[in-house]
Every structure is written in C-alpha cells, then in structure tokens.
Write a protein of this length. Structure first.
Length: 135
C-alpha cells in the first residue's frame, strides 16, 4: 500500500479529513525528524540479500512508527486542529522528545547514518510512542 493510500485509509477509519490527516503525518515528520531517518534508510548501501532485507525492515518500521503516532491522535476524535494536537502530544512528552531530537541532530552532524544508528533511532521512536503523557 502506498503512503498516500495509508494516510487516506487512516483518515477514513477515524472519520477525519484526508488533508488534515496528511498534515498530522507531516507534523510528526518535521517535529521528530522521521522523514530524514526514512531518507537515510532509503540511501543505505546494501551488500547482499540480508542487508537488503534489513533495509526493507527498517523502512517498514519507520512507516509503522509514523502510522502509530498518527493513530494515537486520530483516535482522540478531537475537533482541534492537527498542528495543535501534535504540539500538545509532543509537549506532554517533552523530555523524551528532546532526547530523540538531540540523538537525531547528532546523527545529522556525523553525516553517515548506518544500519546500527538508524535501528537505534527507530527504537527510540518506538519507546517514545509507548511513553505516557506527563500529567
């Protein structure tokens, strides 16, 4: 399924506007550097079928993380604008978000993301997904 089809499917499932749902994905991409990670995964040079399989798994994992982030907010059924919902979600997890952002900025400065660093980043994002909002 294409990215556009996934966004459209999620919008329909949670009875949201497709454009607003796409903005939700975009807001998380920008706020957490997920798009950059995905581009790095796409650009990984592979040698052999196992590295190709690892790259495919990493790409799918990053897609799933984006989807899971979006679904957390789509399920709330709030009438508030998506950018506001994203900003609130991020603020409720500010220390973990800052840790993820700092890690990605360090990766950008190093300039050579490899399998190991990208898998660690994906795990940090999964950990962020499971973080409860601070009250």
């Amino acid at each position: 399924m294409s990215r556009a089809a996934r966004v459209s499917s999620n919008a329909a499932q949670y009875k949201r506007d497709v454009v607003e749902t796409a903005r939700l994905y975009s807001a998380f991409n920008e706020s957490l550097g997920i798009f950059w990670l995905h581009v790095c995964a796409e650009e990984l040079k592979v040698q052999g079928r196992w590295q190709a399989a690892a790259r495919g798994t990493l790409r799918n994992d990053l897609y799933q993380i984006r989807r899971d982030l979006a679904i957390q907010l789509l399920k709330k059924r709030s009438k508030k604008p998506m950018p506001e919902l994203v900003a609130r979600w991020l603020a409720e997890r500010d220390s973990q978000v800052e840790r993820v952002k700092a890690m990605i900025e360090e990766m950008k400065l190093r300039g050579n993301a490899d399998f190991a660093t990208l898998f660690v980043a994906a795990q940090e994002l999964r950990d962020l997904l499971s973080t409860q909002a601070r009250r």
